[in-house]
Design a protein around this ligand. Structure first.
Ligand SMILES: [Zn+2]
Ligand SMILES: [Zn+2]
Length: 259
């Protein structure tokens, strides 16, 4: 079993608990390793991210916790770097590369805010064709490692967050899967692990983790590796459903170790 988690948000970005509360809860649960990975600063949307480009306070606080609890748990200071964040990741122990926006006509369209925003954007910019919007999303995703130099590929198919029961598009259809697989092909050459991300399940948006099963199968058949991530925004959901996904994909899941 995997008993560690490297995708966790604290109140330094859009998480509910302080980093210390998360660490204490992880110690209570007997975890030996944990990574906090708050959202990198994005100039155009400050609503959800670390408040300053340098992330100095965040790095200092995680450093303080590393020392304070060093005999109980190993703590890593990570960052979830958005594709459009210009902040370097040198000061962090590791980074997760994630696409949260499509940039179109000078506008940053969040893909994980609401189904309504996606529908409106497909009307405004993509001739009401949701697949053209999806194509723009995966085109961006395909460059996420090149752009962010991250260690982990975050929620590869975040665009499906509001697509439970194929509400917006046909997730198991050829048209969608072709676009997603093309992006996967481009990313596979970097040999970075893809997340199995249970964040949308713990928050009630989806019944299955990202990526969908068809895409996980494609990734692993083509030599990709996986890491389990909870994308927690509260301490209760750390390692959410890791047992379920570990038993399904254990041959392909790696113990992530920041170097
Ligand atoms: Zn994210
Ligand atoms: Zn996240």
């Amino acid at each position: 079993m995997i008993f560690e988690d490297f995708h966790i948000h604290s109140s330094f970005s859009d998480g509910k608990n302080t980093a210390e509360e998360i660490v204490l809860s992880a110690i209570d649960r007997g975890m030996k390793k944990i990574g906090i990975s708050d959202h990198s600063y994005t100039e155009f949307d400050k609503s959800y991210c670390i408040k300053t480009p340098c992330a100095c306070e965040y790095i200092a606080e995680i450093g303080r916790l590393k020392e304070k609890y060093r005999n109980k748990i190993e703590i890593f200071c990570g960052v979830e770097r958005d594709f459009y964040s210009d902040c370097p990741t040198d000061g962090f122990d590791y980074s997760i590369g994630s696409v949260h926006y499509i940039k179109q006509g000078g506008e940053y369209i969040p893909v994980d805010e609401s189904a309504e925003i996606l529908k409106r954007a497909s009307e405004k910019y993509f001739n009401e064709d949701i697949y053209s919007l999806i194509e723009a999303y995966f085109e961006t995703v395909s460059q996420v490692i090149e752009k962010t130099d991250a260690d982990i590929i975050g929620h590869f198919d975040l665009i499906s967050k509001f697509n439970e029961n194929n509400a917006l598009f046909c997730e198991d259809g050829e048209r969608y899967l072709t676009l997603a697989k093309r992006a996967a092909d481009r990313l596979l050459k970097y040999s970075k692990p893809f997340e199995i991300n249970t964040g949308a399940v713990s928050r009630g948006y989806r019944s299955e983790a990202y990526p969908c099963a068809a895409l996980i199968d494609y990734i692993v058949k083509n030599g990709g590796k996986l890491v389990l991530s909870s994308d927690s925004h509260s301490r209760e959901s750390v390692m959410f459903e890791f047992d379920k996904y570990y038993s399904l994909y254990k041959n392909y899941i790696i113990n992530f170790s920041p170097d």
